[in-house]
Design a protein around this ligand. Structure first.
Ligand code: AN7
Length: 357
C-alpha cells in the first residue's frame, strides 16, 4: 500500500484523537542509505547508514513533528500558528499551515538563516519577522506572544512536535529488520530531536518490538555547545546556522536521553562540520545541509578516537537537505569553467582530450 504519512502509519503511537483528519504532505518514509565510502575510509568494521531526513516534503525532519502539531492545532480550532526558527521549522510550519488554511507567523534571527529556508517560508505565505537578535531571543518572544494571543506555538516545546518526530526511530527499526542500531548520531540544536528519537526507541523497547536501545550520540557545534559546556551560550557561533542555539528548550530531556542510553553529547568544530559536509556530497552522493553534517563529523571524530569497536550498526541522521543553504555550498572555492560556444572550446575547457579513445 502507498505510504500514508506518519500520522496514519503510526497512529497507535500518537496521542491524537481518532476523529482528527491529518494535515499531511505524506512526510516520513525516508531512506536509510548504506554508506559506501566513509565507513570504509574510517576503517570501521561497523555498518554505517544515513537516515536522510532531507527527503521529507519540505526537505527536513521538521515535517514529522509539524504534521502532528498542525493537525492537533486544527482539531483544537486554531486559526494561526507561530514559531521562532533558525529556518527549517519555519519552512515546515509555513507549508503545513498553508495546507491547513491557517495563518503562519515566523520570527527569525535577522540575516542568520539559510536562503532556501526563507524562500520556502515566503512562498508558503507566512508572515516573516526578522529580529535583531538570535534564535533564543526569537523563541522567548514567540512563547510570550502565544500565551496572550490565540495562536498555537509550533516550536518543539509543543509536545505534539516531539511525538511526531519520534516516528523516525520507528522507521529506522523497521528498516534494520526489527532492531535498533547500536549507535544513533545526530546534530543537537534546540535538543528536541535527540529527545524525540529517544522517546521513539524507548516506546518500541517497552512494547517489546526491539530488544535493545541505541546509545544516543549528539553533536553540537563547538561555538554553540551549551549542553557540552554546561551553561547557556549568550552569543552562539557556527557556520551551521540551523544549530546556532545557545539555550536549548529540551536541555534536560536531552541529558536524560544521553545518560539513560549510555551515550554522549560532545562538540565538533566548524572545520570538522564543513569537511564532513563536503565528503558526504563528494563520496557518498548525499547532499545534506551543514548542521546535518555534524552527525557525520561526529562519526569521524569518534572513529579517529577508536570509540567504535566490532561489527556494530551505526546510523547518522541527516536532518536537512543541502539545497537549503546554497551560500555555504558555494563557499568552498569550486568554480564554473566558462568557454566559447563551440565543441573544441568545451572539450578543452572540460579537459576531455585524455579521454579520447
Ligand atoms: C537541519 O528550525 O531549531 O536539536 O528552528 O534545522 O531538535 O533543535 C532547527 C534545528 C538539526 C537541530 N538539523 O535539531 C529550527 C531549528 C537541522 C535543523 C537541528 C535543526 P534540534
Amino acid at each position: 500500500m502507498a505510504w500514508r504519512g506518519i500520522i496514519e502509519e503510526f497512529r497507535e503511537f500518537l496521542p491524537l484523537s481518532k476523529r482528527v483528519k491529518p494535515v499531511t504532505l505524506l512526510e516520513g518514509n525516508t531512506p536509510l542509505i548504506p554508506s559506501r565510502a566513509l565507513g570504509r575510509q574510517l576503517g570501521l568494521s561497523a555498518k554505517v547508514y544515513f537516515k536522510f531526513e532531507g527527503l521529507n516534503p519540505t526537505a527536513s525532519f521538521k515535517d514529522r513533528g509539524m504534521t502532528v502539531a498542525v493537525t492537533q492545532a486544527v482539531g483544537e480550532g486554531a486559526r494561526a500558528v507561530i514559531c521562532a526558527s533558525t529556518g527549517n521549522t519555519a519552512a515546515s510550519a509555513a507549508a503545513y499551515a498553508a495546507r491547513a488554511g491557517l495563518d503562519c507567523i515566523i520570527v527569525l534571527p535577522r540575516g542568520a538563516f539559510a536562503k532556501g529556508k526563507l524562500v520556502q517560508a515566503l512562498m508558503h505565505g507566512a508572515r516573516v519577522v526578522a529580529i535583531d537578535g538570535n534564535f533564543d531571543a526569537a523563541l522567548s518572544i514567540v512563547r510570550e506572544i502565544a500565551t496572550t494571543y490565540p495562536i498555537t506555538l509550533v516550536n518543539s516545546v509543543n509536545p505534539y512536535r516531539l511525538e511526531g518526530q519520534k516516528t523516525a526511530a520507528f522507521e529506522i527499526c523497521a528498516q534494520l529488520g526489527g532492531r535498533a542500531p547500536d549507535y544513533l548520531l545526530l546534530p543537537v540544536g534546540n535538543a528536541g530531536n535527540i529527545t524525540a528519537y529517544w522517546m521513539g526507541f524507548t516506546e518500541y523497547y517497552q512494547r517489546g518490538l526491539i530488544s535493545e536501545r541505541p546509545r544516543m550520540l549528539g553533536f553540537q557545534a563547538s561555538g554553540a555547545a551549551p549542553i557540552v559546556r554546561g551553561r547557556p551560550i549568550a552569543h552562539p557561533k557556527t557556520i551551521a546556522s540551523a544549530i546556532r542555539i545557545g539555550n536549548p528548550a529540551s536541555w534536560d530531556k536531552a541529558i536524560r536521553a544521553r545518560d539513560e542510553s549510555g551515550g554522549m553529547i560532545t562538540t565538533v568544530t566548524d572545520r570538522q562540520i564543513l569537511r564532513a559536509y563536503r565528503l558526504l556530497a563528494r563520496y557518498e552522493g548525499i547532499f545534506a545541509e551543514p548542521a546535518s553534517a555534524a552527525s557525520v563529523a561526529g562519526l569521524m571524530k569518534l572513529a579517529h578516537e577508536g570509540y567504535f569497536t566490532g561489527r556494530k550498526i551505526i546510523v547518522c541522521v541527516l536532518t536537512g537537505h543541502g539545497l537549503k543553504d546554497p551560500d555555504t555550498a558555494l563557499s568552498g572555492g569550486q568554480r564554473v569553467i566558462t568557454a566559447r560556444a563551440d565543441v573544441d572550446a568545451v572539450i578543452k575547457a572540460a579537459r576531455l582530450r585524455r579521454w579520447r579513445s
